[in-house]
Design a protein around this ligand. Structure first.
Ligand code: PEP
Ligand code: MN
Length: 337
């Protein structure tokens, strides 16, 4: 259930309500909005009389939560979540650009790409060090060396760093180097990993699984939130359909749907979403137009010789030009880049 406190409820009154909910066996998640405090009481309890809570001092309203994703939904948290990491805000007025190679390949190319995309306005450097490849014979990533190169290039350019964690065994290592942990499409329902991420306080980007419904996706986010880690952003990266002209079908209709259901920031990855460089550009423009909070785009200094996903990686110059266009589209939807 959601307990909405009065505007003027004192901290003491809030604490009394929290204790009562805990006594009843609920886990309590607190959200302090601009005007009031909202308490999300989560747990599979039956036979609770809501009036017992309604009558407590300082309580304005008690609302049963109808959605299965209790913490990810707007009922619990009506305002947009804005995740602040150093000087970057994700989910606010400014659209966030995450860019970089699919895989970190070496220090030199990572620095070159970082310098170029940072100059264009990207604030988060992407790059995989542990790669989930379809073939076990394909390049699997540089591991810790890749993380070191990514961190060095990010620091040099004042950017944040994001990289994928594929398994709980990598969590401690990857966390030492990045500002945002990426959960890949193939791991969206790795519940054991999600629970461990819920115990951290590191921002998480949760990509949509290839065959995940929007509800599956929000429930996966719920696993992280239920652990008390509220810094979760979502990323639409395309789903599998019968269409095979593009690598995946980029479900841009998911953006306004999720923005309505959830308060979490939603980004779009048109690179994995289309798999083809020439399609990345129009879909990136469209993503901004439908209200994405940010974009994750693969960019490479030499895409033709990239060790992974070269065909969907933009040339540096293409990214520069794209950002110029995105600025105009952002303006049209009342945002900035
Ligand atoms: C990636 O962004 O590096 C990646 C592997 O993406 P996805 O998990 O969406 O396939
Ligand atoms: Mn890739």
């Amino acid at each position: 259930m959601i307990v909405v406190m009065d505007d003027k409820a004192t901290e003491q009154k809030v604490q009394i309500v929290i204790s009562k909910l805990r006594e009843l066996g609920y886990e309590v998640h607190r959200s302090d909005g601009v005007n009031q405090t909202v308490l999300g009481a989560v747990g599979e309890k039956r036979d609770i009389d809501l009036r017992d809570i309604e009558l407590l001092d300082g309580v304005r309203e008690v609302i049963p939560i109808t959605k299965p994703y209790k913490l990810a939904g707007r009922e619990f948290h009506p305002d947009d979540t804005v995740i602040k990491i150093k000087n970057v805000e994700i989910g606010g007025h400014r659209i966030v650009l995450m860019a970089g190679p699919c895989s970190v390949e070496d220090l030199e190319s990572t620095r070159k790409i970082a310098q170029s995309v940072a100059k264009d306005g990207a604030t988060v450097l992407r790059g995989g060090a542990f790669k989930p490849r379809t073939s076990p014979y394909a390049f699997q990533g540089l591991g810790e060396d890749g993380l070191k190169f990514l961190r060095a290039a990010a620091d040099e350019t004042g950017m944040l760093a994001i990289s994928e964690v594929m398994d709980v065994s990598q969590l401690e290592l990857v966390s030492r180097y990045v500002d945002i942990l990426q959960v890949g499409a193939r791991n969206m329902q790795n519940f054991f990993l999600l629970k461990e991420l819920g115990k951290t306080r590191i921002p998480i980007m949760l990509k949509r699984g290839m065959a995940a419904t929007i509800e599956d996706w929000l429930m996966a986010a719920e696993y992280i939130l239920a652990g008390g880690n509220y810094q979760v952003m979502l990323c639409e990266r395309g789903i599998r359909t019968f269409e095979n002209y593009t690598r995946n079908t980029l479900d841009l209709s998911a953006i306004p749907v999720v923005k309505k259901l959830s308060h979490l920031p939603v980004l779009v990855d048109p690179s994995h979403g289309t798999g083809r460089r020439d399609k990345v550009i129009p879909m990136a423009r469209a993503a901004v137009a439908v209200g994405a909070d940010g974009l994750m785009i693969e960019v490479h200094s030499a895409p033709d010789s990239a060790l992974s996903d070269g065909a969907q990686s933009l040339y540096l110059q293409q990214f520069t030009q794209l950002v110029g266009e995105l600025k105009m589209i952002a303006h049209a939807v009342n945002k900035i880049i």
